[in-house]
Design a protein around this ligand. Structure first.
Ligand SMILES: C[S@@+](CC[C@H](N)C(=O)[O-])C[C@H]1O[C@@H](n2cnc3c(N)ncnc32)[C@H](O)[C@@H]1O
Length: 420
């Protein structure tokens, strides 16, 4: 079972890098408010989709009768979408039911009238629809190909860097910030590594808690992730096709597996230096207000000699969002900062093509041309003054013996970076 612990403020509407300092009581109040806002969004889903369906029906029924007569299946297909939304709502209710007391260390009180459905914003509805699609990516057979392009390269790299014949992998710690529904972290824990997923969004946290802790029977549950897409369907039935999940029993981790999920903002939660052997980021670094803050945090929390594995695009989440700090750096600029921090880029693939929660029957399909890299925080960073003096003396001797310049000993140096 994956334990989910809450640490720090969840953010949300008050999540802004120019953070206002709130009193602990105010922080707690805002946190509760945010929690219930997301629960409300889960409860409002059916109403929202039914409104969309009714609108589509009204539009269709406003056509001239002779046009309607040419299209005998449209109304029945809309009714089918409506049924699918009802079904999705049942799953969302189950998620909510299991979320109310899910955090080990935080209680959010009770809603005054839990039956009352409060309207949600389009923004929250879009987040919820994305979360439903995330089930396809992480926990269905449908998402296997996508997982193979996104998660497999990361997992293979971890196995190459920390092979089980050379390491006691049960002592190798891997952190996955922005873990989504947790499949990547779960797969790494399944291989015997210590693995912790970190996630900030309540949409994801509620849903990952449900799938990881409450779904045992393989392929026993159904969702309809594509019903919200009214454009670019080749067949009407493409819109209402189901996915089944979970494709594997999430409870089937070995008994001694060390797997956990921690709630909270990555840069707020992870402050302890030299703690992790590996940090793996998948479709994550562009969620930052300031991506350099992520690089800085990763640099700090990695043990000397530890590695950062990254795969993803740079679709900056806060671009064009009013009142939000957003610095949209190119990969080239981020890379410069990574190297200037002192990382050695050991592997770099500038073009790994992947999809993200793809509807593979859609007439519009996005391909992300991702960068993949492995960056190491050098092991030999920390010299005591005595050691440094000794080293300098040795270097001077070497200098006298060799004509080539000595290797720089400063931690902030250019690495011998290679493109592979
Ligand atoms: C694009 S999704 C990728 C999810 C998952 N890694 C995957 O590949 O499917 C980015 C995730 O990062 C989470 N996230 C965004 N900002 C975060 C933060 N500051 N701390 C932790 N998680 C964050 C989002 O909630 C979202 O689930």
């Amino acid at each position: 079972m994956a334990e989910t612990t809450g640490e720090g403020a969840q953010g949300g509407s008050f999540f802004n890098k120019e953070r206002i300092k709130y009193s602990p009581e105010e922080e707690a109040r805002l946190e509760r408010q945010h929690f219930w806002r997301i629960i409300d969004a889960f409860r409002f889903y059916r109403v929202h989709v039914q409104e969309q369906v009714k609108r589509a029906e009204r539009q269709f029924l406003s056509l001239p009768q002779r046009h309607q007569n040419l299209l005998p299946n449209v109304v029945s297909n809309l009714a089918r979408i409506s049924q699918c939304a009802d079904h999705n709502q049942d799953i969302l209710q189950a998620i909510v039911h299991n979320s109310l007391h899910m955090f080990e260390n935080i209680e959010y009180g009770e809603r005054e009238d839990p039956r009352k459905v409060r309207p949600s914003t389009t923004f929250d509805m879009d987040k919820l629809k994305s979360t439903i699609k995330q089930f396809a990516r992480d926990w269905s057979e449908t998402g296997r190909a996508e997982r193979d392009t996104c998660y497999k390269p990361i997992i293979q790299e971890i196995q190459r860097l920390f092979p089980s014949d050379q390491y006691d992998v049960s002592k190798v710690s891997v952190l996955i910030p922005g873990a989504g529904l947790g499949r990547l972290a779960w797969e790494i824990a399944r291989l015997g590594y210590i693995c912790q997923g970190n996630e900030w969004s309540f949409f994801m946290l509620f849903s990952s808690n449900f799938v990881l802790n409450r779904c045992e029977k393989v392929n026993s549950l159904t969702l309809y992730p594509w019903i919200h897409q009214f454009s670019n369907n080749k067949k009407s039935s493409d819109q209402t096709r189901p996915i089944i999940f979970p494709d594997i029993n999430p409870q089937s981790l070995p008994l001694d597996a060390d797997f956990s999920m921690v709630a909270g903002d990555f840069v707020e939660v992870y402050r302890d230096s030299d703690s992790w052997d590996c940090v793996a980021t998948c479709f994550f670094i562009d969620t930052a207000h300031n991506v350099i803050e992520y690089v800085e945090t990763i640099w700090k929390i990695l043990k000397p000699g530890g590695v950062w594995i990254n795969l993803g695009p740079l679709l900056y989440h806060f671009e064009n969002m009013a009142n939000e700090l957003s610095v949209e750096l190119s990969y080239e600029d981020i890379r410069t900062a990574i190297v200037n921090f002192g990382f050695h880029i050991e592997v770099e693939k500038p073009s790994v093509q992947t999809t993200y929660t793809e509807n593979d029957r859609s007439m519009l399909r996005y391909i992300y041309d991702c960068v993949f890299f492995v960056a190491r925080k050098p092991a030999e960073l920390y010299f005591t003054e005595e050691e440094e003096e000794e080293d300098e003396e040795e270097d001077d001797e070497d200098d006298q013996q060799q004509s080539s310049p000595p290797a720089a000993k400063s931690p902030r140096r250019e690495g011998t970076d290679t493109l592979t």
